[in-house]
Design a protein around this ligand. Structure first.
Ligand code: DAH
Length: 358
C-alpha cells in the first residue's frame, strides 16, 4: 500500500509539473500504458489471495482514477491555452478587398424556372414535383389517354423494362401532366400548383432535344371557370415577357385531358429569320383547358363538386425567345463558354415586371 501511495503522490506531482500536452501524454503512457508503473502494480493482484485482492484492488482502482483525472485536467489546460494562443494570433481582416474567383453561372433554363415560379407564386401557386421515371398509368391512362389512344403516338418516348414485382410498364415521362394526377392523389382539393421539370421524347433537331423542360399548371376548386384560366395566363405571359399589353388569343384545340381545350398564341413579329415577342403575327406558346371530368375521377376527385383548369408549356422555348438563344441543342452541351455568355449571375433576381434585373 505504501508503494501505491508513494507512486500516486509522485505521479500527481509530475503531472502538475508537466509543461506541454505532449509531456502529459508521455506521463499517461509511463503510468497507465501497457508497461506503465500503475499497470505493473495492478498486475501484482494476480498473485494475491482473494481476500487481499479484494482490499487492494479497490485502492488500486481509486489511484488509477485519480491519476487519470489529473492527466485529463492537465491536458485540458493545455488545449485551452493553445486555443487562446490561436485566437490571439489568427485574425480575419474583414476590411480586405474581395478576392475575385471564377464565378459559376446560372443556366438560362434554371433562370426561367425561377422567373416562372416567382410569377405564379405571386398568384398563390405552390410548386409540386413528380418523378422523371413514370409509369404508363400516370403518364397516359389517368390523363384520359387509354392504351389504344392515337394521341400516344405523339408522345413517343423511352421505355424502360417493366417493374418486376407487378409488371407495370415504366417510361420517361413525356410531359409534366402526370404531376397533376400525383398531386391530386396526394391530398384533398382545392389545388393550385405549378410543376416544372424534365420531360422526354425521342425527338432531335434544332428546336427539339430528347430531354427538355415543361411546366405544368393546375387549379381545381368549386367554381373555377375558363375566365380564371384566361386571366391567369394573360397575367403570366405579360409578366414573363415584360410586355404589359402583350396581345394573345385562345385558339380551340384538343387534348385528351381537358375539355374544352385551347392553345394560347401570343403576338409576335417575324422577319429576316428573326422572331420577336409582340406584334401582329401569332406564336403558339402553350396548351390549356378545363380539366376533363374523367381525369378528376381517375385522381379520386369528385367532378360533380370540383372543377378547374390546367395548362402546360415548354420552358426551353421561353428561354430561347426571351434571351435570344438560337439553338436549343447548345442548352445541354455543357459548354462553359456558352454558359458564360448566356448564363446569369446569382444576383440577377427575377422580378414580376421585367423577369429580371441585369
Ligand atoms: N401535356 C401537354 C403536352 O405536352 C401540354 C398540356 C396541354 C398540358 C394542355 C396541360 C393542358 O395541362 O391542359 O404536350
Amino acid at each position: 500500500m505504501d508503494d501505491l501511495d508513494t507512486l500516486t503522490t509522485s505521479l500527481l506531482a509530475e503531472i502538475g509539473r508537466a509543461e506541454s500536452a505532449q509531456a502529459v501524454e508521455e506521463l499517461r503512457v509511463a503510468a497507465l500504458g501497457k508497461k506503465g508503473s500503475i499497470t505493473l502494480l495492478v498486475r501484482t493482484l494476480g498473485a494475491m489471495d482473494a481476500e487481499e485482492r479484494k482490499a487492494k484492488g479497490q485502492a488500486f482502482n481509486v489511484a488509477k482514477d485519480r491519476i487519470s483525472a489529473a492527466l485529463d485536467a492537465r491536458k485540458a489546460e493545455f488545449s485551452a491555452r493553445e486555443m487562446d494562443a490561436r485566437l490571439a494570433f489568427e485574425k480575419i481582416d474583414v476590411t480586405l478587398p474581395v478576392r475575385h474567383e471564377a464565378q459559376g453561372r446560372i443556366h438560362p433554363v434554371s433562370q426561367v424556372i425561377e422567373e416562372i415560379t416567382a410569377i405564379f407564386a405571386d398568384m398563390g401557386f405552390t410548386v409540386a414535383e413528380g418523378p422523371d421515371i413514370e409509369d404508363d398509368w400516370h403518364n397516359f391512362t389517368a390523363l384520359n389517354l387509354p392504351p389504344e389512344h392515337p394521341a400516344r403516338q405523339m408522345h413517343d418516348t423511352f421505355y424502360l423494362p417493366s417493374r418486376p414485382d407487378d409488371g407495370t410498364s415504366m417510361l420517361l415521362r413525356t410531359h409534366t401532366s402526370p404531376v397533376q394526377i400525383r398531386h391530386m392523389m396526394s391530398g384533398k382539393p382545392p389545388y393550385r400548383i405549378i410543376a416544372p421539370g424534365r420531360t422526354y421524347r425521342s425527338d432531335s433537331d434544332q428546336t427539339h432535344t430528347p430531354m427538355f423542360h415543361q411546366v405544368e399548371g393546375l387549379v381545381i376548386d368549386r367554381d373555377i371557370h375558363m375566365g380564371h384560366l384566361k386571366g391567369c395566363l394573360e397575367e403570366f405571359v405579360r409578366a414573363i415577357f415584360g410586355i404589359p399589353d402583350l396581345t394573345y388569343r385562345l385558339r380551340p384545340s384538343h387534348f385528351p385531358f381537358t375539355e374544352p381545350s385551347a392553345e394560347m398564341d401570343i403576338g409576335c413579329t417575324r422577319g429576316g429569320g428573326e422572331l420577336k415577342i409582340g406584334g401582329p403575327d401569332w406564336l403558339e406558346i402553350l396548351g390549356c383547358g378545363m380539366v376533363h371530368p374523367k381525369v378528376l375521377e381517375y385522381a379520386g376527385v369528385d367532378p360533380a363538386q370540383w372543377q378547374g383548369f390546367a395548362f402546360g408549356l415548354g420552358i426551353d422555348r421561353i428561354a430561347m425567345l426571351k434571351y435570344g438563344i438560337p439553338d436549343l441543342r447548345a442548352f445541354f452541351d455543357a459548354d462553359v463558354r456558352w454558359l458564360r455568355h448566356y448564363g446569369f449571375s446569382a444576383s440577377d433576381v427575377p422580378t414580376l415586371a421585367g423577369g429580371l434585373v441585369r
